[in-house]
Ligand binder design. Structure first.
Ligand SMILES: Cc1ncc(COP(=O)(O)O)c(C=O)c1O
Ligand SMILES: N[C@@H](CCOP(=O)(O)O)C(=O)O
Length: 467
């Protein structure tokens, strides 16, 4: 399998190359040159497999010869062996049409663990016979940070620098990151929003003063391997609900557009997907882009779903590239102009390509609370505010008769205890695996929201690596 950049001028790489690179050298994101596809029989044969086996089968075409099938299965068994639920991503039924796909049974209680537990192992696998050292620079609005840190803390050939927007993540989210004290873990609180942090991360990939000395890589969903691992649970849920003989719809709480893009990839591979619903909070750039073609950032408003407080959604570029005809140089121009003005209009081809599969909906604070109450009152199910935004969108969406709607439950409610308690009067309890969180010591650095401050901080602490 070969990967190409959405901006058309970076070299094509294999799976090992894109995993270690993170972002393409032309500023674009890597995507497979062509989508692999499964026949109906191959999809039917996935039903009933243990999650780790299903994952290895779904991911093997993306990995090609970079990892042998037996070895990949060992890695998926190891990655998903740490999950607290045997099914890894269990599916629950709300009513005749509404389902919930629980993605928060990993070590840090959010869907990020599904991909990052594997990514930590992939980094190690690809570094084991080399003298290279990775410097991971990441941005988090709360959940990627702890999941990535859990996946790489203490690993020999990796340093991780994780930027979070100061005061804009929940207390549980912050403690989950900052209470991991290890010599290779560097937590940084910056002044500004997640968008500011993500822009700094991308800038570092283009800064030759840094890339000439350090082997910079990514754990955010700009890294293709993250998305690849997220494709798996769409297949897992789809076959449980009757795929390939029945279509399934998914409602996905969305911020950086990684999770829902993984659903698009599953559909490209042959999973019969009726609809992908892009659910946003009031930071609704993606809702506006999908419903009207207007992709313009209006500044970030803090909400009770802080992980979705994002206005510049990295992976939207992957969709615009693929649905817009895969013209890398045109994409590079479009993105450069967006980076300068923070506004752009989708082309007709991009809009039509997106409309074939995606619809969108937006939930404000009241609607988010109503969805948490709906789940509690009707099903005695406690859901977190991000999942509630997905559920709100699912309940608003009209589907053909017989098509099940699956809302992705992206975080455990205890990560956002105060907001959940305010909505339904029940205080969600932290699971035992993180039960001692409030007793742990925290360590993090605070920096102003400037690229120079962050680059200097990283350069002083990272391990130089031969190129
Ligand atoms: C709990 C939760 N839900 C939803 C999202 C949005 O996912 P994505 O950024 O892949 O669109 C995030 C962050 O990414 C998250 O942490
Ligand atoms: N919501 C994320 C930020 C987006 O991150 P990505 O790693 O999925 O690109 C977070 O909670 O950190």
């Amino acid at each position: 399998m070969e990967y190409v950049s959405t901006r058309g001028s970076a070299p094509a790489l294999d799976f090992r190359g894109v995993t270690l690179a993170g972002l393409a050298s032309d500023g674009g994101l890597y995507v497979p040159r062509a989508w692999p596809s499964f026949s109906k029989d191959e999809i039917a044969a996935l039903a009933g497999l243990p999650y780790a086996e299903l994952a290895a089968k779904v991911m093997q075409p993306f990995i090609g010869e970079c990892i042998a099938p037996d070895r990949l299965l060992e890695l998926t068994n190891q990655a998903y062996g740490r999950f607290a639920h045997k099914a890894v991503t269990p599916l629950k039924q709300f009513d005749e049409t509404q389902w919930l796909l629980e993605l928060f049974h990993g070590p840090t209680l959010a869907f990020k663990d599904v991909a990052l537990q594997l990514l930590g192992l992939l980094f190690e696998e690809f570094l084991k016979n080399s003298d290279q050292h990775l410097t991971i620079v990441g941005a988090t609005s709360g959940d990627t940070g702890s999941a990535a840190i859990d996946a790489v803390a203490g690993r020999d050939k990796i340093d991780i620098f994780m930027l979070h927007p100061k005061g804009r993540v929940s207390e549980v989210q912050r403690r989950q990151m900052t209470s991991v004290i290890a010599p290779n873990v560097h937590n940084i609180a910056i002044e500004g929003s997640f968008d500011d942090a993500q822009a700094m991360v991308k800038r570092m990939f283009a800064d030759t003063a840094m890339t000439d000395r350090f082997r910079i890589s990514a754990v955010n969903s700009i890294n293709w391997a993250r998305l690849m691992a997220q494709v798996v649970y769409y297949f897992a849920a789809g076959v449980q609900l009757g795929a390939p003989h029945r279509k399934v719809a998914f409602s996905v709480p969305t911020g950086n557009f990684g999770d829902v893009f993984a659903g698009y990839v599953a559909a490209k591979m042959g999973l019969p997907v009726e609809r992908l619903v892009v659910a946003t909070n009031v930071n609704d750039i993606l809702h506006r882009a999908i419903s009207t073609g207007d992709y313009s950032a209006h500044g970030v408003t803090p909400t009770d779903a802080p992980s979705m407080d994002i206005q510049v959604s990295s992976n939207f570029e992957r969709l615009l590239f693929d649905a817009g005809g895969r013209d890398g140089l045109a994409m590079a121009d479009q993105m450069k102009s967006f980076e300068a003005s923070k506004a752009m209009q989708l082309t007709n081809t991009q809009r039509d390509g997106a409309a074939a599969l995606f619809t969108s909906a937006r939930a404000d604070a009241g609607q988010t609370v109503d969805a948490m109450r709906w789940a509690w009152d009707n099903c005695r199910e406690v859901i977190d505010p991000h999942t509630a935004i997905g559920l709100h969108a699912a309940l608003e969406t009209k589907l053909p008769a017989g098509v099940p709607m699956v809302t992705l439950a992206t975080a455990h409610p205890a990560k956002f205890g105060p907001a959940v308690e305010k909505a339904i009067g029940e205080k969600p309890v932290l699971p035992p695996r993180v039960g001692d969180l409030y007793e742990r010591e925290e360590a993090f650095s605070e920096l102003p929201g400037t690229y120079e401050a962050v680059a200097e901080f990283v350069a002083e602490r990272a391990t130089p690596s031969p190129l």
